[in-house]
Design a protein around this ligand. Structure first.
Ligand SMILES: O=C(O)CCC(=O)C(=O)O
Ligand SMILES: [Fe+2]
Length: 263
């Protein structure tokens, strides 16, 4: 049993110090500590069994409400720093199986963003155009979409289907992505869900055709963006990265995941 002693603190609240606490579960000590207040301390085993840690519901993190911008839904800080680090580990394993590569644009220039994919399909580009392919350029299958990533799709997409492609984009500090539409999929009623990790990226949203006024926002590590509904075919792109804005990756850079239903 922990020996508990109360001592007067400078403020109105007494402080409880736990002296020579034996290695016993915290759960058994808590009732005594919590009931201390103005009443005399009660021994934990005499305390009414007012709560048991085992019976508490699992802690589900509070997720942010979305902010709407041109029909895109932006969830700033969806992932906690711990969740971001766990997802990064999943992505390290993914990239070990399906290494990043720089696809060639149909115009014959290598893309500045390095990429790979997970799921049944991977996004690809070469002289023949933009498309989805069933194997990594090395010939191996694309790895499965990590559960941590799928969970986000299920929480925000509103879709009854699961995505069959998770495109992984890696932006080094000088990389960018020009304004484009995501239109290589068969069903535009299915949204695109994007997850950002690492350094901030300046995301620009345009219109359904090229030109016209645009609006920009910074996508930060842990943010989620849903591009769906009437906004599904809006032009969008990344103007630049702000190096050194996130401690997530020791060498910096930005990762963006886009989840899509392809067929
Ligand atoms: O990096 C981003 O935030 C956007 C990526 C994107 O638009 C795409 O991969 O199609
Ligand atoms: Fe896109």
């Amino acid at each position: 049993m922990a020996e508990l002693r109360s001592c007067k603190a400078p403020g109105p609240y007494p402080v409880v110090s736990v002296l020579s606490a034996p290695a016993e579960p915290v759960r058994q000590r808590l009732p005594g500590v919590y009931r201390e207040g103005k009443m005399p301390l009660q021994e934990p085993d005499q305390a009414e069994d007012c709560f048991k840690m085992d019976e508490l519901p699992p802690i589900t993190p509070k997720r942010p409400d979305p902010v709407e911008i041109r029909g895109f839904r932006h969830y700033p800080g969806w992932l906690s720093p711990k969740e971001q680090a766990a997802m990064l580990e999943d992505l390290r394993a993914l990239v070990a199986r399906a290494p990043l590569f720089s696809p060639m644009t149909p115009y014959g220039k290598p893309m500045r963003v390095r990429m790979t994919s997970a799921g049944r399909f991977g996004w690809y580009s070469d002289r023949r155009g933009y498309r989805y392919i069933e194997h990594h350029p090395s010939g191996s299958d694309w790895p499965p979409i990590p559960a941590s990533v799928l969970a986000i799709w299920r929480a925000v997409s509103g879709s009854a289907r699961d995505p069959d492609c998770c495109l992984v984009n890696f932006y080094a500090e000088d990389a960018k992505m020009g304004l484009h539409q995501d239109r290589d999929e068969a069903d535009f009623t299915q949204p695109v869900v994007s997850i950002s990790l690492g350094d901030d990226g300046l995301f620009r949203i345009g219109n359904e055709t090229r030109g016209g006024k645009t609006q920009s926002l910074w996508l930060r590590s842990g943010d989620v963006l849903v591009m769906g509904g009437s906004a599904r075919l809006l032009y969008h792109g990344i103007d630049r990265i702000a190096p050194g804005t996130s401690p997530l990756m020791p060498k910096g850079g930005r990762i963006n995941l886009t989840l899509r239903v392809v067929t």
